[in-house]
Design a protein around this ligand. Sequence first.
Ligand code: GUN
Length: 286
Amino acid sequence: MTRLIDGKKISASEVEQLAVDTRQFIAESSVTPGLAVVLVGDDPASQVYVRNKVKQATAAGFNSTEHRLPEETGQAQLNALVEQLNSDPSVHGILVQLPLPAQLSEPEIIRLIAPEKDVDGFHPQNVGALAAGNAELIPCTPMGCMIMLRQTLGDLSGKHAVVVGRSNIVGKPMAALLLQANCTVTIVHSRSQDIEAICRQADILVAAVGRPEMIRGSWVKPGATVIDVGINAVESGGRRRLVGDVAFNEVSEVAGAITPVPGGVGPMTIACLMKNTLTAARQQIS
Ligand code: GUN
């Protein structure tokens, strides 16, 4: 019997602790952590994510502001908003929702966000700190995956972790965190050969490719822990539903533990964004 890793439940207890820590922080510092979320354009999935982030931030006791810019926004206009948020002392965390419309440069905007306010952990300074093993602001999705892995497995030392996908948002930082936790880490990607055979060696399998149900039951070692980062909308029987990068029904027959979609990684990501916002506020007042 596979064990379901309940991201909703784990994130609820993380958020509960965070609310306690936030109240204490506010009482001691008289500063309320502030999170600014920037959304450019009207991508429906991004709108849902941003709404959830703002709602959770408010529930955690933060000041939270949403900044919406039109689809046709130019780089100078977006840069001006980020610079304004950089110099606003009531804002401790800045998140620019990705992807951005094609006319805007993501690397440029990521570099422009003040590193101490970069609650996504995407700024080159924070990426470097993560690679060196001393990061304060860690990308939210990989951080959430690590919390779930530690709760499920305890010590991760010596385990073979296979990360499927090499994005800057998930795959690369995930590999860095697993390495820091003393795993043997393999990254596979679209140009890798015999991905299936490599996945079958994994004690920990993290799927972050954005391809619906790509990981099949036959790719998974019996008893492995499977973390499914994918959130893919698919049509089936005229109905739209969300599926992960893992074929859940097949893989749950083989895996020792698995995250569902939805209700797995998704809620953990938001909880970790709140943790990063409090961390950023702490650092900025000290
Ligand atoms: N788009 C998808 N995931 C993320 C994330 O973690 N942060 C930001 N800023 N955009 C995203």
